[in-house]
Design a protein around this ligand. Structure first.
Ligand code: FAD
Ligand code: NDP
Length: 511
């Protein structure tokens, strides 16, 4: 009881001090966060735990097609959450096929209704929007539904949708405004007729026959679930799939998608989109292999050609916050500080950081702890695990084989690998050709693990656990001492013993 009282008194004293400092400086808030997405909300809520006066500005500029959404940023509204739920819808379709092999009598024909899925997903997303608002209120974080821009280094000018202006001042400002999908505006008809991932998850009716342009995370994930729910889906890929990822794994991912039914237009790039009668879209593209011009019509064209930060409207140059002139992203140091000492930036808006929700959240929390707690801990961006939620998922942590070879030389790298068959696939007679895993190690005595790659069911769940080991510097001998859980796919990782160098058949046989 006495300890509780002492803590309360201490907090009161700290709060009193904060109020005095704020009053002296004339600033309204200790912290103002511009952007209420993954990183911004995490930072604001963490700062509020320290008893600080915190405000968040969040504003969603409607997409060029007019789609808009609520508080929570990309992940909640037009990213991870609706994507994973729609991926789940597709996985259920495959499970229905498997189910018949397991004795379930499923009346034919089975079909999927987009509007039912979309409504359910959108309702869930709206509940998250509401949840975020309630959390801000509970933590006494002031929320402004306004678009922010700097008017001086300590002042943000907020504008509501109706054009009403509010001026907010703060001792510290965090920019967490994320990014938005790019449109290839040089392609005639791209902006008028195309959609992006910002629209896809909010469509009320099925996109129908869809062309997805691009070949990275967003493109392959969306094309994967569209195929999975039974839509005629084509991916247009101008170069390689999943740039930056291990290319052996990336090829297996697209190979599986092809066998799953996704069509691929390889080494092609679009040149024109035209609206035909009946709302169909005619797309013209160049096939660089054949040197030909080709055309086809689609119900929907979705651009998944990367994302760009919207730094221009923030008025950063007036306050001296430096950006990368090519990417437009904000340059930060290891402590997330920009070129202006009391202005910070976190998440997708920052140069050189992974564009992932967990890194944005962790960076935001750690920043608040450094600003208002006793902490000096920096965000560690090494060995960040990730998963591409394609029909057969691909999860990885650490270096790709190519990067490991580039950094250490091929003589110093050992790769252990296996083609395996998930037990669930056997009875269901599913093809497991692309179920593959590899661990990339240093070839010295310790054999430290540099990278772990896994294609198969629930790859995200598998890699999440192993990521801890790799973060702790796990070695290949330690991996071999790890006892597997039988019968799982993950246990195959603890049994990897065939080196790529040996050239031996890496197919797992037996139980
Ligand atoms: P955001 O979440 O984008 O939030 C920024 C907020 O700031 C937005 O609400 C924006 O409207 C607002 N804003 C912008 N400008 C202003 C302004 N001037 N004033 C006020 N508010 C402003 N990551 C994963 O880890 N796993 C996944 O499975 C995954 N799937 C994804 C799927 C898709 C289709 C996409 C597009 C992304 C996915 N991501 C995934 C990436 C993840 O969503 C982002 O990395 C994450 O949301 C970034 O968080 P952030 O805080 O930097 O920005
Ligand atoms: P990326 O920048 O990773 O990929 C863009 C893709 O579009 C590339 O394949 C690129 O090809 C292609 N492209 C670019 N311009 C054109 C053009 N003019 N014509 C045709 N193709 C073009 O962007 P994404 O939007 O896929 O992903 C952005 C980020 O979002 C990712 O880095 C990731 O961090 C995050 N994300 C995370 C997810 C997850 O965790 N599961 C899921 C989805 C997104 P090329 O390689 O030739 O340049």
């Amino acid at each position: 009881m006495a300890a509780l009282w002492r803590r309360r008194e201490r907090l009161r004293r700290v709060l009193g001090l904060c109020r005095t400092v704020r009053a002296l400086s004339g600033k309204e808030y200790d912290l103002l966060v511009v952007g209420g997405g993954s990183g911004g909300l995490a930072c604001a809520k963490e700062a509020a735990q320290f008893g600080r006066k915190v405000a968040v500005l969040d504003y969603v500029e409607p997409s060029p097609q007019g789609t808009k959404w609520g508080l929570g940023g990309t992940c909640v509204n037009v990213g991870c959450i609706p994507k994973k739920l729609m991926h789940q819808a597709a996985l259920l379709g495959s499970a229905l096929k498997d189910a018949q092999h397991y004795g379930w009598n499923i009346a034919q024909p089975v079909h999927h209704t987009w509007s039912l899925m979309a409504q359910a997903v959108q309702n869930y997303v709206k509940s998250l929007n509401w949840g975020h608002r309630v959390q801000l209120q509970d933590k006494k974080v002031k929320y402004f539904n306004m678009k922010g821009s700097f008017s001086d280094p300590y002042t943000i000018r907020g504008l509501t949708k109706a054009g009403k202006e509010t001026i907010v001042t703060a001792e510290n400002i965090v920019i967490a405004t994320g990014g938005r999908p790019k449109y290839p505006t040089h392609i005639a008809g791209a902006l008028e007729y195309g959609i992006t991932s910002d629209d896809l998850f909010w469509l009320k009716t099925s996109p129908g026959k869809t062309l997805v342009v691009g070949a990275s995370y967003v493109s392959l994930e969306c094309a994967g679930f569209l195929t999975g729910i039974g839509l005629d889906t084509t991916v247009m890929m101008r170069s390689i799939p999943l740039r930056g990822f291990d290319q052996q794994m990336a090829s297996l991912v697209t190979e599986h998608m092809e066998s799953y039914g996704t069509k691929f237009l390889k080494r092609c790039f679009p040149t024109k989109v035209k609206r035909l009668e009946g709302n169909r879209l005619q797309v013209t593209w160049k096939n660089t292999d054949l040197g030909t011009e080709e055309t086809d019509s689609f119900d929907t064209v979705m651009w998944a050609v990367g994302r760009a930060p919207d730094t221009e409207t923030l008025n950063l140059e007036t306050v001296g916050v430096k950006t990368n002139s090519e990417t437009g992203k904000i340059i930060v140091d290891a402590s997330e500080a920009t070129s202006v000492p009391h202005i910070y930036a976190i998440g997708d808006i920052t140069e050189g950081r992974p564009e992932l929700t967990p890194t944005a959240i962790a960076a935001g929390k750690l920043l608040a702890q450094r600003l208002f707690g006793q902490s000096s801990e920096l965000m560690d961006y090494d060995n960040v695990p990730t998963t591409v939620f394609t029909p057969l998922e691909y999860g990885c942590v650490g270096l790709s084989e190519e990067t490991a070879v580039r950094c250490y030389g091929s003589d110093n790298i050992e790769v252990y690998h296996a083609y395996y068959k998930p037990l669930e696939f056997t009875v269901a007679e599913r093809d497991a050709t692309q179920c593959y895993m590899k661990v990339v190690c240093l070839r010295e005595r310790e054999q430290r693990i540099l990278g772990l790659h896994f294609i198969g069911p629930n790859a995200g769940e598998v890699i999440q656990g192993f990521a801890l080991g790799i973060k702790c510097g796990a070695t290949y001998p330690q991996l071999m001492k790890t006892v597997g859980i039988h019968p799982t796919c993950a246990e195959e990782i603890t049994k990897l013993h065939i080196t790529k160098r040996s050239g031996l058949d890496a197919t797992v046989t037996g139980c």
